[in-house]
Design a protein around this ligand. Structure first.
Ligand code: AMP
Ligand code: MG
Length: 401
């Protein structure tokens, strides 16, 4: 076994950043924009709502006419008409002593500056009894109160929510500029691997990594593309890389990333392109490769599923964030208190699986080859390289699966 030339996580991330392809923009329909990353800052095309409107069913009034109004001594106002919905040019004008019926969302008539809820009024022929005073602007939304024309409404790099789709629609964006989903090729390597629907015999295991990586990438906003299993043979590696590279923006190979004689990944990447990093001070996940072929990033991830997953979120994810133009990428996290000490080696960044219940995080110490720890745990606690472990009772942030 030859030794890896291990670099820090920070150095690995820096290397990955230098080969990250920039985000490419495309348009999607607004109703399909949730989950996508906005690729331009969106500004309001006009004042929104665009006209002063009532936010209650009731009467549009001049607030000064309602001063001191009460149940016992209501203000008596004369109706000047009824506001109808969806018509802008209301010809009702409210003069002193007058009011007009107005539904929620109706245009506030000229002269009115507030609305009284219908619950505090009583109609008596042409007269309306107002039993509660309102102040200037009460129950009214001003024409530019939601957004002013030209005001930035949503900033570039934001992952859009369903609510954002509503705001975009209100601003007139039927098509929304978003980052194109990166196509990520996934290759599983190893003579011992059999497909998911295969039956492993002694010495064989099913390919768990491809499904795990694809599932995560799909959720994160990429298009995963599976290239199956290749044997630990140089020609097989070269062939699959030659197929995947033109079809993908990024290629991930799992397994074969160490320096054993069977480990092909580094040699093949070096032969066709360049290896920037081979070995990262991260646990699990030390035998990781960051390389580039024909201008495209190619990663070699460790074969152990837990290791591959840690490297995916700690090392590959920041590069994908760049490809998506994602600002403030937020992982799903939870604050918890550690119930046991976690020892760690200074000088390497460690990710420990934990189970979380009622705010308490229990570490699950398991070998990275064990799949059951991925199921039994709720997420990972990161121990930075400068720490010699974490003490029982520490506040930790759990990166949820
Ligand atoms: P390697 O990184 O190729 O040395 O593999 C390390 C360990 O991970 C070995 O026990 C492999 O059998 C296992 N492994 C490699 N690839 C996969 C995979 N796709 N799914 C499940 N286990 C794997
Ligand atoms: Mg292998």
């Amino acid at each position: 076994m030859k030794f890896l030339n291990v670099v820090t996580v920070a150095e690995a991330l820096k290397a990955a950043a230098t080969i990250a392809p920039p985000a490419v923009s495309e348009f999607v329909r607004v109703e399909q924009s949730a989950g996508r990353v906005l690729s331009a800052t969106i500004s309001a095309d006009s004042d929104i709502p665009g006209f002063d409107r009532s936010i209650v069913d009731g009467y549009a009034v001049r607030s000064s006419d309602t001063t001191g109004a009460s149940d016992a001594a209501p203000a008596l106002l004369v109706t000047a008409g009824r506001v109808t919905m969806g018509t802008g040019g209301t010809n009702i004008g409210i003069r002193e002593g007058q009011c007009a019926y107005i539904p929620t969302g109706g245009v506030l008539p000229e002269g009115a500056d507030a609305a009284v809820m219908v619950e505090y009024t009583e109609e008596a022929g042409d007269i309306v009894l107002i039993k509660k005073p309102v102040s200037h602007g009460e129950n009214v939304l001003l024409h530019d109160e939601d957004f002013k024309k030209g005001e930035p409404v949503l900033l570039t790099g934001r992952r859009l929510s369903p609510q954002d789709a509503g705001v975009l629609a209100a601003c007139g964006y039927d098509l929304v500029p978003v980052a194109k989903k990166p196509v990520v090729g996934i290759v599983s390597t190893g003579n011992e691997l059999v497909p998911v629907n295969g039956r492993p015999v002694a010495g064989q295991v099913r390919d768990a990594n491809a499904s795990m990586l694809a599932a995560w990438l799909g959720e994160y906003g990429c298009i995963p593309k599976l290239y199956g299993i290749v044997k630990d043979e140089r020609e097989a590696f070269e062939k699959v890389i030659a197929t995947a590279l033109p079809e993908c923006d990024l290629v991930l190979l799992s397994g074969g990333s160490s320096k054993d004689d069977r480990d092909m990944t580094a040699g093949v990447i070096a032969g066709k392109g360049e290896v920037l990093v081979h070995g990262i001070a991260i646990a699990p996940g030390k035998p990781t490769i960051i390389g580039r072929i024909a201008g495209k990033p190619v990663f070699g991830l460790p074969g152990h599923p837990a290791s591959a997953f840690v490297v995916l979120i700690a090392i590959v994810r920041p590069l994908i964030d760049t490809m998506l133009g994602l600002e403030n990428p937020r992982l799903r996290t939870l604050n918890a208190t550690l119930v046991e000490n976690i020892p760690s080696q200074r000088g390497r960044e460690e990710y420990v699986r934990v189970r979380v219940k009622e705010g308490m995080a229990t570490p699950i110490f398991g070998k990275s080859g064990l799949l059951n720890t991925l199921v039994k745990s709720d997420g990972l606690v990161r121990i930075p390289a400068g720490y010699e472990g974490l003490e029982k009772g520490s506040a930790v942030e759990v990166i949820l699966w």
